[in-house]
Ligand binder design. Structure first.
Ligand code: B1M
Length: 219
């Protein structure tokens, strides 16, 4: 019989080694044991991704291992989603999210989307590898309260700046707030490229859009 800590450790291991079915079963077990979404993500799932990143950096993992671990993570998260996302009946406003051009990483962005949806917002998730014009089009079409850009690669940080400039060129900069996040970026970069907000994690991003909504309702 395993105790609770063993279940967390086991989930970390199944994600790290890309065992998809076992990951889904592990997430379900932890939910049945009464763990909340944040505990499961913060104690097992996100640390597993960090371990995968370290193994890749050390040359012990190659792209295929990172890929299957990422897939296990995504399938596990799909089972966490119902805990975080309400039925949408308390619609509060719309937020556009996407990972910028050249970057295929979308797990962190998906977690941010779940947190924001969970707070009652409608999220228009554009996906990954989104060119600046894709964000501009989405702002015109959906008129969101905020746009969120995510990136994990240092090589695609420039695409964030390009996107903000494209939004400004389209005459939309005053109409929408832009937040950025993802492991490659920090506050000083956000300030430098003229983003309105840098979110280190999903909760801060969710709090920011909530604060924006309060401001809009007051305004
Ligand atoms: Co890639 N990868 N990867 N990868 N990968 C990293 C990012 C890397 C750090 C690994 C390493 O070397 N240690 C490294 C980047 C180095 C760098 O640029 N400094 C790297 C590399 C090099 C690459 C490739 C270039 C490898 C290659 O081809 N040689 C390649 C790039 C492909 C491309 O995008 N063009 C590549 C590919 C991949 C996979 C496709 C195999 C897979 C992605 C699967 C997927 O996303 N669907 C993958 C994975 C899984 C990783 C690691 C292991 C895990 C990423 C992850 O999901 N983290 C990663 C190592 C690591 O991060 N430790 C790595 C968990 C996630 C919850 O965290 O995304 O940071 P994160 O999100 C957080 C916060 O940052 C924040 O909230 C989230 C929740 O707390 N946040 C926001 C994120 N977006 C936000 C937006 C906001 C606010 C907050 O507002 C809008």
């Amino acid at each position: 019989m395993h105790d609770r800590a063993d279940h967390m450790e086991r989930l970390r291991e199944t994600i790290r080694t890309g065992m998809i079915d076992e990951t889904v079963a592990g997430v379900k077990d932890l939910i049945a044991m009464g763990y909340g979404a944040e505990a499961i993500m913060n104690q097992a799932m996100i640390p597993a991704m960090d371990e995968v990143g370290e193994l890749f950096q050390k040359g012990e993992y190659y792209l295929p291992e990172m890929l299957v671990a990422g897939e296990a993570m995504k399938q596990g998260l799909a089972n966490i989603r119902p805990l975080l996302v309400r039925d949408g009946s308390s619609f509060q406003g719309r937020v556009v999210l996407g990972t910028v051009l050249g970057d295929l990483h979308d797990i962190g962005k998906n977690i941010v989307a779940m947190a924001i949806e969970g707070a009652g917002f409608e999220v228009i998730d554009l996906g990954h590898d989104i060119p600046p014009e894709g964000f501009v089009q989405a702002i015109l079409e959906h008129k969101p309260i905020a746009v969120g850009l995510s990136t994990l690669l240092t090589t695609t940080m420039g695409a964030m700046s390009d996107t903000i400039q494209a939004v400004a060129r389209a005459g939309l900069r005053e109409k929408v707030r832009i937040m950025i996040g993802g492991a490659a970026v920090q506050q000083d970069f956000a300030s430098r490229i003229g983003a309105d907000f840098y979110g280190p994690d999903s909760v801060s991003a969710m709090r920011y859009v909530r604060a924006l909504l309060k401001e809009a309702l007051r305004g």
